[in-house]
Write a protein that binds this ligand. Structure first.
Ligand code: PTJ
Length: 247
């Protein structure tokens, strides 16, 4: 899909950039998505472009929440759709979660294109287009969700969410799983489970943990969740960034 030599030291990062660029060209990703990606890349560079142990633990905790959920939804925006559509579908398949397109800068055209793109990557049902529900406390466009999707879900995975919406979802009492490379972002701070990792690595990692926990009894899943402290995970991620140890 792109012409980046695999030997390039920043191969993965350049490939990721191309995916976002292609997403903008296809009308999937917003132009602001390019800026968000740049911000994410800077944090990822400081983290050494790896999944730190506390992010791996958070991914396992997220997987335990998926397993215990009555109804889990994976929220997809223009960046996530461009970066890892197939991985989102796999996660949904592995956990029985629904997929909902939910955009910060919502346009009917982008909603349709992202839903089509996800279907092309194997998604069977894609929610988000009925738009018959609201997140209280947000203005009209940004509040729009599906009543039988994010509206009624008890567990929601929101990768790269904007801070206002992350806080509003948390205020609805939902268990909010957030993937965000910036441990200081309001989204990461309002999450029940902040996963400070690149969405490209975090989503397949949650899927792997969910498969591993497939036969785990409820008590074991509860132990995984109870042993996790979001503040500690955020602090550890911040320390990893500040330490500047890029190996
Ligand atoms: O498609 P839309 O309209 O829903 O818009 C999506 C974006 C991401 C443009 C929108 O939600 C937005 O503007 O988000 P922010 O406020 O820029 O926040 C994005 C956060 O995600 C920042 O904290 C980034 O550090 C982080 N981030 C960016 N890329 C990645 C990431 N985190 C994990 N993985 C990434 N690849």
């Amino acid at each position: 899909e792109v012409d980046v030599p695999e030997s390039h030291p920043r191969y993965e990062s350049l490939l990721t950039r191309h995916r976002i660029e292609a997403g903008v060209e296809k009308g999937i990703t917003s132009k602001q998505g390019l800026i968000a990606q740049g911000r994410g890349e800077a944090y990822d560079y400081l983290l050494g472009e790896r999944t730190i142990p506390s992010a791996d633990e958070a991914a396992r905790v997220a997987a335990a929440h998926f397993r215990l959920a009555d109804q889990a939804v994976v929220s997809v925006n223009g960046n996530v759709a461009a970066l890892c559509p197939g991985e989102v579908v796999e996660l949904a398949d592995a956990t029985g979660a629904d997929i909902e397109v939910n955009l910060f800068n919502r346009t009917a055209e982008r909603m349709e294109r992202i839903a089509d793109h996800l279907r092309e990557h194997g998604a069977e049902a894609v929610l988000g287009l009925s738009a018959d529900g609201r997140i209280p406390g947000l203005d009209h466009e940004r509040a729009t969700v599906d009543a039988d999707g994010i509206g009624s879900a008890d567990v929601v995975l929101v990768p790269l969410e904007d801070g206002d919406r992350a806080e509003a979802l948390a205020a609805m009492g939902k268990t909010e799983l957030v993937i965000d490379l910036n441990p200081l972002s309001r989204s990461a701070q309002s999450a029940s489970v902040p996963i400070v990792d690149n969405v490209i690595r975090a989503i397949p990692n949650i899927t792997e943990h969910a498969r591993d926990l497939r036969d785990a009894p409820e008590t074991a899943l509860r132990d995984v969740i109870d042993g996790f402290d979001p503040e500690t995970a955020l602090g550890t991620a911040e320390d990893a960034i500040r330490s500047g140890d890029l190996d």
